[in-house]
Design a protein around this ligand. Structure first.
Ligand code: 13P
Ligand code: 13P
Ligand code: MG
Ligand code: MG
Ligand code: MG
Ligand code: MG
Length: 385
């Protein structure tokens, strides 16, 4: 039986800065979905991480469904009215367009959707991040589906042994490519290591891909707010849905990808590298330097239209070590203040407010005589070691 998982999220205001959602706003969003979604949805779950409200919806209308997208958009609009009433900071922040036009994509909210042939047992985990960008998923998704040191199932389980297909999007050029593991592993890594440009959008199994090319096992929201708005309007704060077990990575294998807090871009003013800290819902608020960036994992099982769960997977002492390391990394990096590589490199700062600050000095730069003008070499013409 075909079923669609649609996860749509947005920041529509928070308190006191970009720290956390406000209960009356979450309640309004939930109330709207409950009241207006009963004929559209089989089930839904409303959650949040940091200042982003997250709507997980189960239905049979397929991906990009106008009515499901409209429901989420209007729920966020209704929540924004309440956010404004309380004077929340950044009320309506991610709703970048005035009116809904058929699809929530390109309008600000992040979308991760997949239409699947539900298995007899259909467990999946929704990962939700705050204070970072879609490329933050590259490393952990690769580890889950492509790295046998993270996922021994790739070695041990005959159903996983042949590898997976990764759909990678170039979000700057608007192009995509499919590459498979293990044969294209190094090419995949060559692309997705550039995480502000190449992002993993979906993962497919090889076995089903020929017969069912749309059947995917992981999907990540790749919506980039700065590309929509043309300027910094907050970070994208991505979410992803990952199916697990029976020929796919086990729950523990997908969680294991977050057991080390690697660096992601975002954090304060969307302008800094910082550790991604796995937390339970009780710690899903942003404090130190508006972070550090956090990821929450909610585990569900789907059956016959109903969702069981969620289980708050990182609310567990087994991830205390990752959290401790994240705090140590934060201590270390913060001492660098506004310097790279804590602060993001110049290219990534293009969409922040820094260019406006530096603009006033632009005309004051004087030429330096007899100095070779520095040009970045784009292509190496000879092999270099
Ligand atoms: P169980 O035998 O407990 O179901 O475990 C199987 C498994 O997938 C562990 O990762
Ligand atoms: P959000 O995208 O989570 O609102 O973050 C904005 C910001 O600038 C935090 O410092
Ligand atoms: Mg915000
Ligand atoms: Mg946010
Ligand atoms: Mg944001
Ligand atoms: Mg068992």
């Amino acid at each position: 039986m075909k079923v669609t998982i649609s996860h749509i999220k947005a920041d529509i205001g928070s308190l006191p800065g970009h720290s956390t959602v406000f209960k009356p706003v979450v309640d309004e969003v939930e109330g709207y979905v409950k009241e207006h979604g009963s004929s559209l949805l089989k089930s839904y779950y409303i959650s949040h991480v940091g200042d982003d409200i997250q709507i997980t919806m189960i239905h049979t209308r397929g991906t990009d469904d106008e009515e499901v997208h409209r429901l989420a958009w209007e729920a966020f609009k209704a929540g924004t009215v309440v956010a404004k009433k309380y004077g929340l900071y950044g009320a309506g922040q991610d709703l970048l367009k005035d009116s809904f036009s058929g699809n929530v994509k390109g309008m600000g909210p992040g979308v991760a959707e997949m239409e699947i042939n539900a298995r007899p047992s259909e467990p999946f985990i929704v990962f939700m991040m705050d204070k970072t960008e879609p490329g933050a998923f590259n490393l952990p998704i690769f580890r889950m589906f492509g790295d046998p040191f993270n996922t021994p199932g790739l070695v041990i389980d005959p159903n996983m042994h042949e590898g997976f297909i990764f759909e990678i999007w170039d979000i700057i050029e608007g192009k995509k490519i499919k590459l498979a593991t293990p044969e294209n592993t190094y090419d995949i890594l060559g692309l997705i290591g550039s995480k502000s440009r190449y992002v993993i959008k979906r993962v497919y199994t090889k076995k089903t891909h020929e017969k069912l090319p749309d059947e995917n096992v992981a999907v990540i929201s790749t919506d980039k707010l700065s590309l929509i708005a043309g300027e910094y309007v907050g970070k994208d704060d991505p979410a992803g849905v990952v199916r697990i077990q029976s020929g796919l990575p086990a729950a523990g294998e997908v969680l294991e990808a977050f057991a080390h807090p690697y660096l992601v871009s975002g954090w304060m003013r969307g302008s800094f590298n910082g550790p991604l800290m796995p937390v339970g819902m009780k710690d899903a608020k942003m404090t130190r330097f508006d972070g550090p960036p956090r990821v929450v994992a909610l585990g569900f099982v789907y059956k016959d239209g109903a969702l069981s769960g969620p289980v708050d997977m990182f609310d567990d002492p087994a991830f205390d070590g990752a959290r401790r390391t994240a705090v140590e990394i934060a201590d270390y990096l913060r001492r660098m203040g506004p310097f790279e590589p804590h602060r993001l490199p110049e290219d990534d700062m293009e969409y922040t407010s820094l260019p406006r600050v530096l603009e006033r000095h632009k005309s004051k730069f004087e030429p330096i005589e007899d100095t070779p003008k520095g040009k970045k070499v784009k292509v190496a013409t000879t092999d270099v070691d």
